[in-house]
Design a protein around this ligand. Structure first.
Ligand code: UT7
Length: 313
């Protein structure tokens, strides 16, 4: 996470907002925003810590996937920058753009590569500096998002006992993509007249909200069905941290108490692809995960996209 903590009160100095509105509508109290840090620097730091935690050397990694919509360059990819920074000289490296589902899409790709026997050890990272693509005049979006990175090491297990990922469920609804959109840099082609549409992120919050509260419980139910599990079998549901009200609604629809939904959005805000891996790390560091626990992770948002998986820790 970046060093700089920005509270709701700090934001009220920038746009016409207040702590009461942000806290009650979203559950967010503060977020971190970059000053010196970049998407690549935070990704590399998260990657180093994940490797240390897994007891794996960078040279052992043969695949690096970074889920991000805010890479520092069009090329090289953030994943290639990470590869150089950590010395993962034997890795294939690329980014994927699946917004808030980026980490889950990345995990499913790493899993598929491993199942095919192509790669054996992967680093999957979710990383964003959303602050650079926000419209800081739009109070309905800029207060929601934060910056940060999270990483996980995935390894092909030889051990049948260690079942790891049990099932996936993913999807996309591109027809509704413009409800959460941000244009890329201006077109530099001299033959093309530049668009006057906003360059920064704009969102129809209520449409995204409706999408989330219907799609996420459906996706979780489908993934549980694939794995032959019931909501009661799950220790924790690690959801993308967009809004506490979305998480409360999912909890209600699944008839699962809120204490099975760990929360980081109060101090992180919405960090898109980085939300789920940061939450997973927090839960892990608090000692809340035990071998054999079954965990659901779910990301949802821009695209529109969603990705859910159930795994055995
Ligand atoms: O990771 C991607 C996924 N994104 C999401 O999941 C976002 C999903 N959507 C949401 O979380 C919610 O729709 C929001 C938090 C974005 C908005 O909450 P809402 O309850 O839908 O509020 P609203 O957009 O209906 O706005 C209500 C009022 C409006 O004023 P009027 O028209 O009622 O007078 C807004 O102008 O709140 C006003 N408002 C604000 N007031 C103070 C909007 N933003 C702010 C603000 N501070 N920051």
């Amino acid at each position: 996470m970046p060093q700089s903590v920005i509270t709701n009160d700090d934001l009220s100095q920038i746009v016409d907002t207040n702590d009461e509105w942000i806290s009650s509508r979203t559950g967010i109290k503060e977020r971190r925003l970059v000053k010196e840090e970049t998407t690549a620097s935070m990704s590399a730091e998260a990657a180093k810590r994940a490797l240390e935690n897994a007891g794996i050397q960078p040279e052992e990694i043969d695949l690096i996937i970074v889920g991000t919509i805010t890479g520092d360059y069009v090329t090289p990819s953030t994943a290639c920058e990470v590869q150089a920074a950590i010395g993962a000289v034997n890795a294939v490296a690329f980014d994927i753009n699946a917004a808030c589902s980026g980490f889950l899409y990345g995990v499913s790709m790493a899993y598929a590569y491993m199942k095919c026997g192509i790669y054996k050890k992967a680093l999957v990272i979710g990383a964003e500096t959303l602050s650079k693509i926000m419209d800081w005049n739009d109070r309905s979006t800029c207060v929601l998002f934060g910056d940060g990175a999270g990483a996980a090491v995935l390894a092909l297990s030889e051990d049948e006992e260690n079942s790891g990922i049990l099932a996936f469920e993913q999807g996309a609804d591109g027809a509704k993509g413009m409800v959460l959109a941000g244009r890329d840099r201006k077109n530099n082609n001299p033959l093309v007249k530049n668009s006057t549409e906003p360059e920064y992120v704009h969102m129809d919050g209520q449409e995204v909200y409706k999408f989330a509260v219907t799609t996420v419980p459906e996706s979780i139910n489908r993934v549980l069905e694939k794995a032959g599990l019931k909501p009661d079998d799950i220790q924790y549901f690690l959801l993308h941290q967009a809004n506490i009200r979305i998480i409360q609604s999912v909890s209600k629809r699944l008839h699962v108490p809120m204490d099975k939904f760990p929360i980081s959005l109060d101090h992180c805000g919405n960090i898109s692809a980085a939300s789920v891996p940061i939450l997973l790390d927090e839960v892990n560091k608090k000692g809340m995960l035990h071998k054999g626990d079954k965990i659901v992770m779910s990301g949802f948002g821009g695209g529109l996209t969603w990705g859910t998986c159930v795994l055995e820790w």
